[in-house]
Every structure is written in C-alpha cells, then in structure tokens.
Ligand binder design. Structure first.
Ligand code: KG4
Length: 335
C-alpha cells in the first residue's frame, strides 16, 4: 500500500512516501535555525513556516520516491499531540489531498509514530515489546501489546526527560535544541563536583520525575554566577546526562524484568542520546535482552515514521474523514 504521510506537529515540516515498512522517500524541512534565536520553538512562527513549506515538501517527497499523486493509495497525517496551530496545517493539507484524490485519510498519533520509527530498520521487531519513549514533551514506559495497542506502565510525574535536558542546556548557555548540544559538549561526569539529586518517588515504581533535577541544575548555575565562579559546562553536562540516563535505564530494566519482556525499544528525540544508547546496549547484553533503537535520522520528527505507523493504523481500521481535527494533547492509548 503506497502511503503519502505528513508530519507538522512541532518545528519540522516533513513528508514521506512509504510502502508498508519500506521508506521510498522522506523529506524533512527543519526550522531549528529560525527558532534558535528565541531559545525554543515559537508556535506562531512554526505554523506560518509549515504553511509556506508544506506544498514544496510534499512535491519533493513524491519526486524523490518517483511516485505521482494518482498512484497514492492513502494519505496519513499526524493529528495529535503537538502544537495545535502547527498540527492544523498538516491535518488540513492531508484532508484536502485525500478528498481530492478520493483515497483514505489515516490519522496518526505522534508518539505511536515515534515507536514505529523502529520498524523501518528493525524488520524483525514485532509486538509485544517494551518501549522507553522519551521526547521533549513525554517520558513513558509503554507495553506495545500490538501495533495499535499500548499500555502505559510508567510515566513522568512532572517534566519530560527532554525538557530537563533542554532547560539545563539553556541555563548553561547552550543553543536550542539543548538536549542535542548538551550531549555533544558533555565530557566526563563528576558527581562530587556537581552533586545532583536522585528523585525518590512513592507509588508506581516505573514512574519518573525530572523537575527536581532540572531545578537543581538551575540552582547550581545561579549559585556559581552569584559567587562569580565559572561553570565547567562539559563536566556539568556530562553529570546531568549521566543522572538522566541512570533514571531512565534503571526504570526500564526493572519494568522489563518484572513484566517479563526480552525485547526493549527506545523511541523519541531523546533516544538519540549517545550515553543512553551505549549504556542500554551494554545493560541489555548483560541481561539477555534484545535492544532496538532507530537510526539518528528517524529519532527526531519525520514523516517516514508516520507513514509506517499509518500502515498498521489502516490495517486496524483507524481511518479518518473530513471531520478529523488536530488535538494538542491526547494519550497514546486513545480509542
Ligand atoms: O521527539 P522529539 O524530536 O520531539 C518531540 O518532543 O516530539 O524530541 C525532541 C527532544 C528535545 O528535548 C531534544 O533536546 C531531545 O529530544 N534530543 C536529545 C538528543 N537529540 C534530541 N536529547 C538528548 N540527547 C540527544 N542526542
């Protein structure tokens, strides 16, 4: 089934052509440079750029795949969650296209598509498996019981891991997107030089908390400023990264052991983190688990992962119509 997919949930305008798990083209137009001067994504600017870019991005995706509009069998689009104005651009474009071509419209949940990024390269990966899904706005441990069926067993009680990394990076003066730059600049952690707290949570043992860590980093930087001391950014970056990874890895491995999973996948923007990938790989080897993570090009927002998830949504009968709307927040296990 030849699917054209569209992604516009945040600051990337992307379109792809996929056939099942096979990606024929994937065009990503990122707005990072423009948002950098503001230290984060400005929703209004993001929406406008999507409007300006979307037609050219779709045309290029078709041209790269060597496919014409008349060959398409469905149009898929990210409809939730994300920046509402940004999502609306993709949703309305996809609706118009599906209507004019008289082909099905497939709504895709953004987080489901992040998980599907794994299917593109790991042809052997099939549910059930456990997934650590970590992005700028979400941190969850999900049981992927089927391609369109998910059970959240742990989630953050406050900030997402990506939010903690991004804000820590910003307070240290690193450019947006902070998590990426923090990962690049980090050297060797020194917990004696920069002691950071480990969150203690009662209740669900698979839940996370990152706001205390974020606040501790902000206080560390502000205290140093007040005393006229210079922060060793590469060392503090490494210390933060190590702490975030400690938390994510401990909870994920515990969940896999207690719930009896031997296949673990990483997904979302933070799954690009070099330490997370390396340490998870070692831990999984030591524990006899198979680890899967997407290649870097599919960790961030892209339409290829939307197209692959759309294939499974279609097979499950999740088809939209002209009443489809964009939704800013929606759980992954929506019905
Ligand atoms: O999944 P994503 O592209 O967007 C959504 O939030 O949906 O994730 C973006 C997040 C940002 O917080 C960004 O800083 C983080 O992923 N990120 C990283 C790395 N690359 C991206 N965090 C840590 N290390 C990285 N290498």
């Amino acid at each position: 089934m030849l699917i054209l997919s569209i992604e516009s949930s945040c600051d990337e305008t992307s379109a792809a052509v996929c056939r099942g798990r096979e990606v024929l083209s994937n065009v990503v137009n990122t707005q990072i440079e423009e948002h950098k001067i503001y230290g984060g994504v400005v929703p209004e600017i993001a929406s406008r750029r999507h409007v300006e870019n979307i037609s050219a991005v779709v045309e290029k995706a078709l041209a790269d795949a060597g496919v014409t509009y008349s060959q398409l069998e469905a149009v898929a689009v990210t409809f939730a969650p994300g920046l509402i104005g940004a999502l609306l651009v993709g949703v309305n474009y996809a609706k118009g296209l599906a209507l004019s071509l008289n082909i099905p419209l497939i709504p895709v949940h953004h987080l489901r598509s992040h998980i599907a990024a794994n299917y593109i390269v790991h042809k052997d990966l099939k549910p059930p498996f456990l997934c650590l899904l970590v992005s700028g706005g979400n941190s969850v441990i999900a049981e992927v019981t089927d391609y369109t069926s998910f059970n959240i067993i742990g989630s953050t009680r406050d900030d997402a891991a990506g939010e903690c990394l991004d804000k820590s990076a910003r307070v240290m003066g690193l450019n947006y997107p902070g998590g990426v730059n923090l990962d690049k600049i980090a050297t060797v952690a020194d917990t004696a030089k920069y002691p950071l707290p480990t969150p203690k949570l009662s209740g669900n043992e698979f839940d996370f908390s990152f706001s205390g860590l974020k606040t501790a980093v902000i206080n560390t930087v502000h205290n140093a400023e007040q005393k006229g001391q210079e922060i060793d950014v590469p060392v503090l970056s490494a210390t933060i990264r190590q702490k975030v990874c400690d938390i994510l890895i401990e909870k994920t491995l515990l969940a896999a052991k207690l719930k009896g999973y031997t296949q673990i996948a990483l997904a979302g923007g933070v799954s690009a983190n070099s330490e997370l990938r390396e340490r998870m790989q070692k831990e999984c080897q030591n524990n006899g688990f198979n680890l899967y993570y997407p290649p870097l090009e599919y960790c961030g927002d892209n339409a290829a992962m939307v197209g692959v998830q759309a294939y499974y949504e279609y097979k499950s009968g999740n088809i939209g119509d002209s009443s489809l709307n964009a939704v800013a927040t929606m759980p992954i296990n929506y019905r």
